[in-house]
Design a protein around this ligand. Structure first.
Ligand code: S3P
Length: 166
């Protein structure tokens, strides 16, 4: 079993906090996006552009299912909650699922100007961003056991807070 699964929107620090947590808990960090890229043998960006989002989501489900049973810290991609099956997997796992909740204006600041590597941000308008956030926010809450507001905390502080709460 993974010890902690991190979920949250793009730009909430899942990878960075996962690395801090892995260091402090002396566990391996698994990053779902990296694992997907290793399985594909190419970047998410190029795969997404050629095959489309639905195909990407299929692979994402396969890798999630495979790694939920690995011991370590699992950082997921922001869209992992989009599929019902993924949400079921996340709800069923015995591993604590932690939602890193960041306010949308903060996320927008962090992601502004950044589309490289994140195909979902391509041609993103603030309206589409807000719609996506509104759609996804309740889904992160639905799958998580613990919700942590990230806005006032550094990745290091967040890792301590997660360790205190699990
Ligand atoms: C996605 C987020 C990305 C990555 C993919 C799709 C999304 O991960 O899985 O580009 O739909 O929000 P990060 O949350 O690590 O950026």
């Amino acid at each position: 079993m993974a010890h902690v699964v991190l979920v949250g929107f793009m730009g909430t620090g899942k990878t960075t906090v996962g690395a801090e947590l892995a260091k402090r808990m002396e566990l391996t960090q698994f990053d779902l996006d990296d694992l997907i890229e290793a399985k594909l043998g190419e970047t998410i960006k190029t795969f997404f552009a050629r095959e489309g989002e639905a195909k990407f989501r299929e692979i994402e489900t396969e890798v999630l299912d495979e790694y939920l049973d690995n011991e370590g810290i699992l950082s997921t991609g922001g869209g992992v909650v989009m599929k019902d099956l993924n949400r079921e997997l996340l709800k069923e796992t015995q591993t604590p699922v932690v939602y890193l909740r960041t306010q949308p204006n903060k996320i927008m600041d962090r992601l502004s100007g950044e589309t490289d590597g994140r195909p979902v941000l391509k041609n993103m308008t603030s309206k589409r961003f807000n719609d996506l956030w509104q759609f996804r926010a309740p889904l992160y809450e639905e799958v998580s056991d613990i919700v942590i507001d990230t806005d006032q905390l550094t990745p290091k502080e967040l890792s301590y807070e997660i360790m205190r709460m699990i």
